[in-house]
Design a protein around this ligand. Structure first.
Ligand code: NAX
Length: 348
């Protein structure tokens, strides 16, 4: 018997590490993200990673504690972890940035105050990314209001193409898939073609008009399950759409705290699919509009998207009926109003 072990490649030794910067790393979503990223869930099991954790001074101890725990996991892919409150240091050489830290809404705060406070975070971070990150950097915004924060960061990141910026609506997408999966009593993998349109807010439009279950139209499957096309439409309008759009509030009510593990899971899935490809079908992500589906250019709007590993692109050519158009336009109107509110700060 030959006792010589078969020659195997040493991928973690040979691949160049990817530098991943996470802002708000000392917070709840940060804590749920870090260990999965370090374990290879986001960029694959062969991709070494360097982590850069950005916090504000009040969050530094929590981030430092997470860094100690990361060291204690001895993840084979994790080369090093640096914790800092200096954006220039955090974004130095970053290939991937996940902007999670943001200013939460305080009691009595108007939406315009919230937008302005976050412009004060995301504009300097966009500038710091442009000045310090790697030439191939891609940036996902998670911190709310996510779409407009992404717009602010992109506008401030001189020289970085705006298609490198996106905002997270994958959680909404996965929530929609989860609801359909339960209603139709099928596994999530049987479902394709769900779309979240618009803003990551209660105005978003979760759309199943092009969705399929095991290759057959979801609308027909719902009609069969619920006793007719009218019953299916009523369920979609009165149960499905509001439940998906308000799921964040439902989680807070039941759990006593906002979505954390599911949000981290969605952020990981967003980056993974962007970097490694979406495979069959599409997913949802908020991208800078180029005017697709009549959405004004420049706003960060959720669309159906695919990636072949080189970045997300909008799936074009889907038909939206009048009701769907009206729902999309309502969410787009909110995004336009948000852009107006921060226009002076961003020049967008
Ligand atoms: P936490 O309050 O637990 O953590 C936020 C962290 O960000 C804190 O540690 C804070 O010190 C830090 N931070 C604040 N300003 C910063 C800055 N300028 N630079 C670096 N760090 C900064 O919130 P968490 O539960 O982790 O949620 C983070 C964000 O995700 C919130 O804005 C939340 O609303 C948003 N969400 C977005 C979702 C989405 O689907 N797009 C869903 C989940 C979540 O609600």
């Amino acid at each position: 018997m030959d006792a010589t072990p078969a020659a195997s490649p040493a991928p973690t030794q040979t691949r160049t590490p990817v530098t991943v910067t996470i802002t708000g790393a000392g917070g709840q979503i940060g804590y749920a993200l870090l260990f999965r990223i370090a374990a290879g869930d986001m960029l694959g099991p062969d991709q070494p990673i360097r982590l850069r954790l950005l916090e504000i001074p009040q969050g530094m101890r929590a981030a430092e504690g997470a860094a100690l725990e990361l060291q204690d996991c001895a993840f084979p892919l994790l080369r090093d972890v640096e914790v800092t409150d200096d954006a220039a240091v955090a974004f130095a050489g970053a290939n991937r940035a996940l902007l999670v830290g943001s200013r939460p809404r305080a009691a009595g705060m108007e939406r315009s105050d919230l937008l302005a406070a976050n412009a004060g975070i995301f504009a300097p971070q966009g500038a710091a990314i442009a000045a310090n990150a790697a030439a191939d950097v891609r940036v996902l915004t998670v911190g709310n209001p996510a779409n407009t924060n992404a717009l602010i960061a992109a506008a401030a990141a001189d020289g970085i193409p705006s298609e490198r910026f996106s905002a997270l609506t994958r959680l909404d997408h996965d929530r929609a898939v989860g609801q359909l999966s339960a209603a139709l009593d099928v596994g999530p993998a049987a479902l394709q073609g769900v779309t979240i349109w618009g803003n990551h807010s209660a105005t978003q439009f979760p759309d199943v008009a092009h969705a399929t279950v095991d290759g057959a139209p979801v609308l027909a499957a719902l009609a069969e399950k619920l006793g007719g096309a009218d019953a299916a439409t009523t369920w979609l309008d009165d149960v499905f759409i509001p439940r998906v759009a308000r799921r964040g509030a439902e989680i807070i009510e039941v759990r006593g705290s906002s979505s954390v593990a599911s949000a981290a899971n969605a952020a990981i899935a967003h980056v993974r699919d962007e970097a490694l490809g979406t495979g069959p079908g599409w997913t949802s992500a908020a991208l800078v509009s180029r005017g697709e589906y009549g959405v004004p250019e420049g706003i960060v709007c959720s669309f159906p998207v695919t990636s072949d590993g080189s970045g997300y692109r909008v799936v074009e050519g889907l038909h939206l009926d009048e009701r769907a158009q009206a729902r999309l336009q309502a969410s787009v109107a909110e995004l336009v109003a948000e852009r107006e509110a921060v226009r002076e700060l961003t020049g967008a």
